[in-house]
Design a protein around this ligand. Structure first.
Ligand code: ATP
Ligand code: ATP
Ligand code: MG
Ligand code: MG
Lengths: 162, 171, 162, 171
């Protein structure tokens, strides 16, 4: 199944490069198999250069750039398979407003293309606005969680209660 | 196949019997710090077979059972159940027997100071059966479909040899 | 010296318990010396229970609760000493709106009481509103950082440019 | 004593010679992802003596020097300088000689493929002198006064024996 891994690699690599360009509005990124000529033993390396910047060590990327590059790879694994559920817990926390917007638009496209259901935990008002359904979790009685279904227009008051 | 409903009762901060419908598309979970959002994520991981303390933030099964609050007594039982709608031909033969009207309900229950038990459509099964069922669905609590709070940057921070797991799961 | 550590412990413990109650609007928290009867060898443990909740393992706290409890301890070390600068890089990221507000009010008080200068990196509009001075960092030329001094009313447009 | 001015030139993404005034109270640093905010934090750590790759996100001194962009050539020198206003009586005797009008300017410069050098008010000193100067100020790059991006929850996650460092520094 060396060929299976190579096929998966090529498919994910193409999707990853494409999604990266979308999220970063440019730049260049691709995957590489490293440390071994055997695809079953090799490590998976990321080569990333945001628009206008040089290809550098991954560690030098900013917090938001690391999150966005990670999301490009995460989405390229979601797109190529169907699963009972996909869960994202506060993945927008390190992103600035412009990047939250781009992340949300990509998330919407992925949902249309892959038919996957998403559970998205967020504190971000922009992200809330992209949801089809909203569930508010509260602790009116301290220590005891309750769920309230929220209308998208009510979302404003829910987060005001935050 | 996809999850259409989630029921949580006595698991972590969910003292009350709580049901959440999961619709197609984007389902947002919002609320103040400490209200229980990540507990919902962990309930789903747990019912799909997760046991790791790191992944559930607890250090044993008892940590997962509602331990009481200022105004409520602790519980002795934690229950999580997910309802999965399945297209018959996508299921392995040995699981087809469980299928009722294209629905498979998976339930896990923990009793304080005792272990946990699994049920598929009400019939008790072993942990291994749950593992195979979800391996079938190419997801399961360890699959790359669940991104925990704080870990979104991990794929970039990992060593290449750890990151390749993404490749192995896709192949 | 044993007595110096014990004095520091008592001072920080009192400040920590007080600041915790302020940030959480209630609840209870204190420090404990553990694993050794010798204060020079002991570990420092946190005992934390948010309002209405029981004292539990720290690991069970939510992301935001961990950050807030950490900030109570961090501020109690800032208050008791003067330093050339105190730097907070995106510490408000895991907090909901209500808690960002509480964090900012405490930050303002700490600045008044301790005379410490703060450098606060943030993406949060509420936090920006509490600053005395604002510096916007931009990359108009890709890959090259530039600083622009921003008026507090201009802050709206700067974060819109994010 | 407090830092009143920061100058960055050729350090990480600061290709341009940049000066930031630090006022009393709360100084906010804002801007889009990747614009250079955390690089400013690291410039301050570095000039105060930090060398750890983990703390500076690089893997060697060369990573700290502007390596070029799509439109600009790389630099060979990185320079960071901080201006500290000091009350004379708070300074140890051996540093009083540096004091000029209650100001101490600390500067660190790195040359590509070469080491880095330190200066106090223009006079070259050893790394040890910088360490003692800032130990004096009970801060310094490793002091608990700098909370890195992503690490605010660390105090809660650490083992008790690691956390006690907070106590030792305060005593
Ligand atoms: N067994 C238990 N019994 C009662 N409460 C529990 C139990 N386990 C965890 N909790 C409580 O659940 C709360 C954590 O909830 P959770 O992590 O889901 O919050 P959250 O909504 O994700 O918050 P954040 O926005 O800060 O991430 C904590 O206050 C914790 O004390
Ligand atoms: N030696 C260098 N030469 C040129 N650019 C560099 C160098 N080192 C780091 N950079 C760039 O600096 C950028 C990171 O900047 P920084 O971490 O300060 O961003 P930030 O403003 O904190 O962003 P965020 O809001 O996402 O945390 C990266 O894009 C990185 O490529
Ligand atoms: Mg959470
Ligand atoms: Mg940063």
């Amino acid at each position: 199944s060396r060929s299976r891994v190579l096929n998966a690699f090529n498919e994910i690599n193409n999707t990853f490069s494409f999604l990266f360009k979308k999220l970063f509005s440019g730049g260049k990124a691709y995957l590489e198999l490293v440390d071994s000529s055997d695809p079953l033993q090799a490590g998976l390396e990321l080569m990333v250069s945001p628009p206008g910047k040089k290809l550098q060590r991954l560690s030098l990327l900013s917090g938001g750039e690391k999150a966005l590059a990670s999301l490009a790879l995460i989405f390229s694994t979601f797109i190529n398979k169907t699963s009972p559920i996909c869960i994202l817990d506060e993945v927008d926390a390190p992103l600035d407003e412009g990047n939250v917007e781009k992340f949300c638009e990509l998330l919407k496209e992925v949902t249309n293309v892959s038919n996957n259901r998403f559970l998205v935990v967020t504190h971000n008002k922009i992200t809330m606005g992209f949801m089809n359904k909203l569930y508010g979790i509260t602790m009116l009685e301290p220590g005891s969680s309750k769920v309230v279904s929220v209308n998208l227009d009510e979302a404003e008051s829910v987060s005001a209660a935050e | 196949m996809f999850i259409s409903k989630l029921r949580i009762s006595g698991f972590k901060s969910f003292c009350e019997d709580t049901t959440i419908t999961i619709s197609s598309g984007l389902n947002g979970i919002i609320g103040p710090n400490g209200s229980g959002k990540s507990n919902i994520v962990e309930a789903i991981k747990w019912v799909m077979g997760e046991n790791s303390s790191k992944s559930l933030r607890g250090s044993g099964m008892n940590d997962l059972i509602f331990s009481g609050s200022a105004s409520k007594a602790s519980k002795n039982i934690a229950l999580v159940s997910i309802t999965i709608e399945v297209t018959k031909n996508l299921l392995e033969d040995n699981y087809k027997k469980f299928l009722k009207d294209n629905i498979i309900q998976v339930e896990r229950q923990a009793v304080r100071d005792s272990g946990s038990t699994y049920r598929i459509n009400g019939k008790e099964v072993k942990a291994k059966d749950i593992q195979f069922l979800f391996a079938d669905f190419s997801s399961g609590s360890r699959s790359s479909n669940i991104i925990d709070q704080g870990s979104v940057g991990n794929l970039v921070l990992q060593k290449p040899i750890e990151r390749r797991k993404v490749l192995d799961e896709a192949a």
